[in-house]
Design a protein around this ligand. Structure first.
Ligand code: ADP
Ligand code: MG
Length: 480
């Protein structure tokens, strides 16, 4: 791990195995952090925030640190992408995109560091009222395994730009790229304790981080189930919390959509990154006139998706992250078979003797009330649901506890924009699904969470607002 500017092992002496999900073999062991380690990391972050060079660091200097980190990530991009693909099983080509986004994220917040502005408040009388923006303090950050280094960047970049210090816990499955990046922090000039990276399980390392009195703010991306636990714990010390949780996002296709683009968009929306995407378009709503043709075309194309080794450049879909996730997705494949009509996949691909591979799976004629349409699978399982007309599309789209994302496909701009306004979600794409840019806000409605990451919204979550009231009247108050 990386605590207070130095490599660290767990105080308990424990190690946890890290796997290559395409071979099921152990490729590394990392410290299995416990509450003692978390305490050390939080103390380091606390000390760095409260004293030492960090509070005196200017916005320009914080920005430059992030620029240097961004440049380093770009220089080491090939190595990082390989490690990411190896550890989480995603195709190397996708991992390369991720690493580029990591660098861009550090760059963006490096620039934003010097653009955080206060206010002059228009109060009456003989006073000057100012709003100052100040860092919220020590951030405890907990991230998932589907975009390991990108999620780390989304958390660290705005926090550093704001002047916070960080304890980031990687997902237990995917600690490697964050640990590699940690090795560079000292030479890049980050003072000790400003960024601490800890590795460990949710219950033994994540939970004590959330509970720790020295943590001011918790930023979490992960499952709704864990989000609820974190919210309860954070309530004890009224921590600031932001949550990016799951989804069951509708990808809505009207009959007038460009058919070829629609089929591509439906597959991309749900199968990219093995479907291990919080915004996966896992409910595919298709208007009745094109429904049969759509299911047929989508099914045919899904069967051509190339599964393979993550490091093979031809691979379009790698293995799932872990045995646990593999079993979970296999179970949903079986649940789906009992609830709807299987048209593609539905099991484990026969060509692989090892690795957590599952077939891209499509269920058609799905009822939106069924489990396969309501529960987040977090794997390559699509539920195709027919609808009649705009009103029904909107009703089905919103009939979910989640609200992270949605997409609508149509050539009719009036209808597309009506749907955009009617769907309750943090992002609605029109004639695309999944592009995500650091300049634009990201986050959920409803049970998909709260708070926004990325763009200027992302840094807001790491800032407090202090009002300064300056009396301009030299006379005594004269009340008593
Ligand atoms: P998944 O179901 O895909 O494993 P999780 O929500 O469990 O997703 O994991 C996301 C992150 O939350 C991981 O870093 C994990 O270690 C962490 N986590 C899991 N349980 C807890 C918990 N009780 N407290 C804090 N963090 C947790
Ligand atoms: Mg978990």
């Amino acid at each position: 791990m990386y605590i207070n500017g130095r490599p660290a092992e767990s105080a308990g002496g424990g190690w946890l195995p890290v796997y290559d999900p395409s071979t099921e073999e152990i490729i590394a062991e990392v410290p299995d952090a416990n509450a003692v380690d978390i305490d050390a990391a939080v103390r380091a972050a606390r000390a760095a925030f409260d004293s030492g060079p960090w509070p005196q660091t200017t916005a320009q200097e914080r920005g430059r640190l992030l620029f240097r980190l961004s440049e380093k990530v770009r220089r080491e991009a090939a190595q990082l992408a390989q490690l990411e693909a190896l550890n989480c099983g995603k195709p190397i080509v996708e991992a390369e995109f991720d690493i580029n986004d990591v660098a861009t994220c550090f760059e963006y917040y490096g620039g934003l560091a010097t653009k955080v502005l206060g206010h002059v408040n228009p109060v009456p009388d003989n006073a000057l009222s100012l709003s100052l923006r100040e860092p919220v303090g020590v951030a405890g950050q907990i991230i998932p395994w589907n975009y390991p280094l990108l999620m780390a960047a989304w958390k660290l970049a705005p926090a550093i730009a704001a002047g916070c210090t960080c304890v980031l816990k990687t997902a237990e499955q995917t600690p490697l790229t964050a640990l590699l990046m940690a090795e560079w922090l000292e030479e890049l000039g980050f003072p000790p304790g400003v960024i601490n990276i800890v590795t460990g399980f949710g219950e033994t390392a994540g939970a004590p981080l959330v509970a720790h009195e020295g943590v001011d703010k918790v930023a979490f991306t992960g499952s709704a189930a864990v989000g609820k636990i974190i919210l309860r714990t954070a309530a004890e010390s009224i921590k600031r919390v932001t949550m990016e949780l799951g989804g069951k996002s509708p990808n809505i296709f009207f009959a007038d959509a460009d058919f070829e683009a629609a089929i591509d968009g439906a597959l991309f929306g749900v199968f990219i990154n093995q479907g291990e995407v919080c915004s996966a378009g896992s409910r595919i709503l298709v208007e009745r006139p094109i429904y049969s043709k759509f299911v047929e075309a989508m099914t045919a194309k899904a069967k051509t998706i190339r599964l393979g080794a993550p490091l093979d450049r031809e691979t379009k879909m790698g293995p799932l992250i872990s045995k646990e996730q593999y079993e979970r997705v296999r179970e949903y494949q079986e649940i789906g078979k009992a609830e709807a009509k299987l048209t593609a996949g539905g099991g484990r691909p026969k060509t692989f003797s090892k690795g957590y591979y599952v077939e891209p799976t499509i269920f058609a004629d799905v009822d939106n009330r069924s489990r396969i349409a309501r529960e987040e699978v977090f794997g390559p399982v699509a539920a195709v649901i027919p609808f009649d007309g705009e009103a029904e599309a909107i009703r089905i789209a919103n009939d979910t506890p989640y609200g992270l994302a949605a997409a609508v496909w149509s050539r009719d701009i009036f209808r597309a924009l009506r749907v955009v306004k009617a769907v309750r979600a943090g992002i609605v794409w029109v004639n695309h699904m999944q592009p995500t840019y650091v300049e634009a806000p990201w986050g959920g409605y409803k049970q998909s969470g709260f708070g926004r990451e990325l763009g200027p919204w992302g840094i807001e979550e790491y800032l407090e607002t202090k009002q300064v009231y300056i009396n301009l009247n030299e006379q005594p108050i004269g009340w008593y």
